[in-house]
Write a protein that binds this ligand. Structure first.
Ligand SMILES: Nc1nc2c(ncn2[C@@H]2O[C@H](COP(=O)(O)OP(=O)(O)OP(=O)(O)O)[C@@H](O)[C@H]2O)c(=O)[nH]1
Length: 384
């Protein structure tokens, strides 16, 4: 199983940086030179500054139109770099990490996603994006709505992380971001680490690709971990992994089409009866009724770890809030614009054509009349 993580914009490259720390292949792309330099783990030759001609290396200030333009202009450079990283061994999944509310990531990600789908039709393109906080105002919400719309037509799945779930954590925003970035990397990395690994019942790359190939709908990754000695009911722990609000997306999991559950831990805790009870429950709960599973008994393990992936989700309050807010704003903005235009028409109606007020015939092609001469002539005409 080969994954390439591509971070776009500040949020996306920070997440890619953490993936780099845990030894994933990564690439960082940004319009801001400063933000690229700030990264700690992505190797320098895997950092690409785009749109320098438009932005001077200073970011696009939450304007996704500029983010899109920057990616379009430097797409050949980006695709060449990706080609050189990939070499001759196929990539199973490109994970594109970004923030929905900014400009570089929101504008650039759909452009790159489309190019990757075209160039590598057998690989999946999965977007992992952070949804803006409501307090950030209307612009990030609109950026998010535009990008959701675009990506839903291109990406195979969109793993959306709702930053609003950070509220109430008590952390300042930088720490809250760090925590959520860490969590998402931990979950995806744990899941990928279990694919193609020998186990009781194993998950392979084609299972994961099947689950994530979900026509641009939403996906969410759940997680639960406990010390083996403290697990009273494994079935309860598995259910907790997709029930708890740690999913970071307000979503109705019953609307999911596919699911995948991977359980890793000491063999004495991984009891088949418990696992099947939880899987039956989950299979009956989701609409698509298809759950892939992998059990990985490991005598060296002291903890039990459960990673759950649910995909094909179309019923999510987090997403609905963004789309409805953006749509309402767009409609009221269009109404206000029409009113302003009709008020302008009303105000200016009835004005004469001021050209008629000035005498014609004094302007000759190619020459300018002498203003003093014209004034003298007009005075003479008046006196006569
Ligand atoms: N989860 C998470 N969200 C982040 C982080 N940094 C920024 N965001 C969110 O991402 C959005 C801003 O995206 P950025 O990545 O900063 O913007 P950008 O893509 O670099 O675009 P420009 O700054 O406009 O050039 C906001 O809605 C933030 O809430 C982060 O580290 N983690």
């Amino acid at each position: 199983m080969r994954a390439l993580i591509i971070g776009i914009g500040q949020c996306g490259t920070k997440i890619a940086d953490l993936f780099s720390l845990v030894d994933f292949e990564t690439l960082a792309i940004n319009t801001s030179r400063g933000d690229l330099e700030y990264l700690k783990h992505v190797p320098h030759e895997r950092r690409i500054l785009i749109g320098e001609g438009i932005t001077g290396g200073k970011g696009v200030n939450a304007n996704p139109i500029l983010g899109r333009e920057a990616m379009k202009r430097d797409l050949p450079v980006v695709m060449r770099k990706i080609g050189s990283i990939i070499g001759y061994e196929d990539v199973d999944i490109f994970f594109l990490t970004f923030g929905f509310g900014g400009g570089t990531g929101a504008g650039g990600t759909p452009i790159l996603a489309e190019a990757l789908k075209e160039e590598y039709p057998d690989s999946l393109v999965v977007a992992i994006g952070a949804l803006p906080l409501r307090e950030e105002g209307i612009r990030p919400t609109i950026n998010a709505a535009i990008t959701i719309d675009k990506l839903s037509k291109i990406a195979d799945s969109i793993i959306a992380i709702d930053n609003n779930k950070l509220r109430g954590s008590g952390d300042d925003i930088t720490h809250a971001y760090e925590r959520i970035n860490y969590t998402i990397v931990e979950r995806i990395a744990s899941l990928l680490a279990l694919v193609d690994v020998p186990g009781e019942q194993t998950l392979d790359a084609s299972d994961l690709k099947f689950v994530l190939k979900a026509f641009g709908s939403f996906a969410t990754v759940g997680y639960a971990k406990a010390e083996a000695g403290r697990v009273k009911s494994l079935s309860r722990l598995i259910i907790k992994s997709f029930e708890n609000e740690g999913l970071y997306l307000d979503a109705n999991i019953e609307s999911a089409l596919y699911g995948l559950v991977a359980v890793h831990g000491p063999p004495e805790v991984l009891k088949a009866g418990d696992i099947f009870e939880a899987l039956d429950y989950l299979t009956n709960k989701i609409k698509g009724k298809q759950i892939f599973r992998g059990f990985y008994p490991d005598p060296r393990e002291r903890d039990v770890e459960v990673v759950t992936l649910l995909s094909g989700i179309y019923d999510s309050k987090s997403i609905e809030d963004i789309i409805i807010t953006a749509r309402n704003y767009a409609q009221s903005f269009m109404r206000a614009k029409e009113e302003a235009e009709s008020r302008k028409r009303e105000l200016l109606s009835g004005l004469p054509d001021f050209d008629d007020v000035y005498p014609a015939g004094d302007v000759y092609e190619g020459t300018f009349p002498d203003v003093d001469e014209v004034a003298k002539r007009l005075r003479r005409e008046k006196d006569d």
